[in-house]
Design a protein around this ligand. Structure first.
Ligand code: CO
Length: 134
């Protein structure tokens, strides 16, 4: 059911330092920081030939990644995003199989302007999974 790996998201304590590291010693194509107030994060997109890395840093008081960084002060992999052809069909299929969809279950508009949903990390080996409409 899942398709391409759209991105790997990494929560970072210092966005500028992390972006400079990817641009510098890793030699990656790194975008400018983009505030996403609706999602409580500032994002830096890193374009790789086969996928993307997204550096996430908390924005505002209710950021969903503030708790993650409190538990992982040095940063860490926050989630993986897989593309699906039909996000509602994917949601219904996963729910029927017993997987938990986070929040009310209606897709929200993600950082790329497409509908996304998140799946409970405890149902997927400790990994938060984002599904994005392809
Ligand atoms: Co994401």
């Amino acid at each position: 059911m899942i398709g391409r790996l759209n991105h790997v998201a990494i929560a970072v304590p210092d966005l500028e330092a992390a972006a400079a590291q990817y641009r510098g010693i890793l030699g990656a194509r790194v975008g400018a920081p983009r505030p996403e107030p609706a999602h409580g994060v500032t994002v830096v997109f890193i374009d790789l030939p086969n996928t993307k890395v997204e550096l996430l840093h908390p924005l505002g008081p209710d950021s969903p990644i503030a708790g993650f960084l409190a538990r992982n002060p040095g940063g860490g992999i926050h989630h993986l995003c897989f593309e699906v052809d039909d996000i509602l069909a994917a949601r219904d299929h996963l729910r029927a199989a017993g997987a938990r969809v986070l929040g009310p279950g209606e897709p929200r508009t993600g950082a790329h302007g497409k509908p996304v949903l998140f799946l409970h990390p405890k149902d997927f080996n400790g990994t938060l999974i984002e599904l994005e409409q392809a």
